[in-house]
Design a protein around this ligand. Structure first.
Ligand code: F6P
Length: 538
């Protein structure tokens, strides 16, 4: 029997969406002068304007009713209380503890965790301080100049995003990131580094991920070839839950930093997984990142649903996905430093909520998680905004805009801001045939030539978006932004009744890859794969 969401609010939202179908958002501003104020909210210094969404006050009332009928407040409490929120792995998802102060009382299924969290955090900061001050030296006595993070998925995307976003503030060794199984990435980096001054941070919760292990092995070969086997201790550290595997790899356990199984990979930036960011940016800035996330956590736990940013973003995403037919959701950060945000958010959203069964294992009969994609603005305007403006399908966009910047070109920032605001306005208001006709007449077109041109220039408009303003892109507001999207993802999973914290879907690909590599088991492969293997020289 499929899983249905048959609450009164879900049913009411279905008919409400039909009633709103011909509504033009731009007209709602005329009807309701207080609309912008009504559909804006603040948290941790971030400002959300969701007034360009295809909603009216009654829509929000129904979405809040849906949140209550799906027990969102109780779900939030379960998360913060460290209860089993991941039933298929019988785990809590207690990433909020990682950004809390040591005096906070977080328990993982009843067991206090803050002493462990603080102990690892202090070891990380002590180690980073020694490397940054030159007290930690390589095997030949030189200080560390380059740090290479070897990891993939949540062991790469978060630290890579933070290092890129805050690169302007970096004052430690230069961070580099190796994730792909494609050896070209490792080869092109190692050619540019000196073994004497390079530190490798091998990040893997399981310490069993093939991409990470094969990259780490080749990196170790490179180091040993230059400096000998005894050099590994000074040039390799590890982040993992699997200490025996770390030791087997040949890393000194004293140089291993623990993480816990109650932290999901895509929620692990705030743990020792963030070590490369701590080395590059320093403990103080990492603490500011944690503080911003903590501020968003407190907002999420304490704020009424109607003013709760993660709840509002999650409910609006559900409105757009499950009720008004948006085909996908986009993040468009108008900040080049946030170029890695989309990749991080894709794993967060699509590995958390790309599920076909609910928590009880019943197939769902409703959409869970639309495709999430995007790119930085203004580049996106020259890539796919044509489709967003005139395509037959509608897509929901989150515009993300830092209001002040750290570069010496205020004229450029002003133009960047203007482009961001103009795009959300244009998507909402569109351009009618009458407006097009008037423009073309001014240009001197007339008759058949004018009429033929009109339909190609009309923009339907009524395309929904949020605009999220950050005062500036610093560690605190970046932490708040990332925590906001973590909780947004969780809110959607709660409404859909799915487990946002396991990822069994990624296991099959790993198994088949293992079989292909071990070519003795080709009997399991389909004819297409076998033919391709032959062409690939397997
Ligand atoms: O993509 C599957 C996954 O397990 C992610 O959840 C995780 O972030 C990534 O692989 C890396 O896993 P590990 O940190 O164990 O190497």
């Amino acid at each position: 029997m499929p899983a249905l969401i048959q609450t009164p609010a879900w049913t009411a939202l279905q008919s409400h969406a039909v009633a709103l179908r011909d509504l033009r958002t731009v007209e709602l501003f005329e009807r309701d002068p207080g609309r912008v104020e009504r559909f804006s909210a603040e948290a941790a210094g971030l400002h959300l304007d969701y007034s360009k969404q295809r909603i009216e006050p009654g829509t929000l009332d129904l979405l809040i009713a849906l949140a209550r009928q799906r027990n969102i407040p109780a779900g939030i409490e379960r998360l913060f209380r460290g209860e089993e929120t991941n039933p298929t792995e019988h785990r809590a998802a207690l990433h909020v503890a990682l950004r809390a102060p040591v005096e906070a009382d977080f328990r993982e299924q009843g067991r206090p965790v803050m002493a462990d969290v603080e102990s690892v955090r202090q070891r990380l900061y002590d180690f980073a301080g020694r490397v940054r001050q030159g007290d930690w030296r390589g095997a030949t006595g030189e200080p560390i100049r380059d740090v290479v993070n070897i990891g993939i998925g949540g062991s790469d995307l978060g630290p890579r995003l933070v290092c890129g976003a805050l690169a302007g503030e970096a004052d430690g060794p230069t961070p580099h990131f190796i994730a792909n199984m494609d050896g070209a990435e490792l080869h092109s980096l190692l050619r540019r580094l000196r073994p004497e001054t390079t530190l490798f941070v091998v990040v893997s919760k399981s310490f069993g991920t093939q991409e990470t292990l094969v990259n780490a092995r080749h990196a170790r070969e490179w180091l040993v070839a230059a400096l000998g086997a005894r050099a590994v201790a000074a040039h390799f550290v590890a982040v993992s839950t699997n200490l025996p595997a770390v030791v087997e790899f040949g890393i000194d356990p004293a140089n291993a930093f623990g993480i816990w199984d109650w932290v999901g990979g895509r929620y692990s930036l705030w743990s020792a997984v963030g070590l490369t960011a701590i080395l590059s940016l320093g403990p103080e800035r990492f603490n500011a990142l944690l503080a911003g996330a903590r501020s968003m956590d407190l907002h999420f736990r304490e704020t009424p649903l109607e003013r709760n940013l993660p709840v509002l973003l999650g409910l609006l995403a559900i409105w757009n996905t499950n009720f008004i037919g948006c085909e996908s959701q986009l993040l468009v950060p108008y900040s080049q430093r946030l170029s890695r945000l989309v990749g991080w958010a894709q794993q967060l959203e699509l590995e958390s909520n790309g599920k076909g069964v609910d928590r009880d294992g019943r197939a769902v009969d409703y959409d869970t998680t639309p495709v999430l994609w995007g790119h930085v603005g203004t580049n996106a305007q020259h890539a796919f905004f044509q489709m967003l403006h005139q395509g037959p399908t509608i897509h929901a966009i989150d515009f993300i805009l830092p209001l002040s910047v750290q570069h010496p070109y205020p004229d450029m920032h002003r133009k960047l801001v203007a482009n961001c605001l103009a795009q959300s306005a244009a998507l909402m208001r569109g351009k009618t045939a009458a407006e097009v006709r008037a423009e073309l007449e001014v240009q001197g077109l007339q008759g058949d030539e004018l009429e033929a041109a009109v339909p190609h220039r009309v923009c339907p408009g009524n395309r929904p978006s949020n605009t999220l303003l950050l005062p500036q892109l610093d560690a605190y507001h970046l932490g708040a932004l990332l925590a906001l999207y973590e909780h947004r993802t969780y809110v959607q999973g709660l409404v859909w009744g799915i487990n946002s914290f396991d990822q069994w879907g990624v296991e099959l690909g790993k198994q088949l890859a293992g079989q292909l590599i071990d070519v003795q088991s080709t009997a399991l492969q389909d004819p297409s794969t076998l033919a391709l293997m032959r062409r690939a020289g397997f």
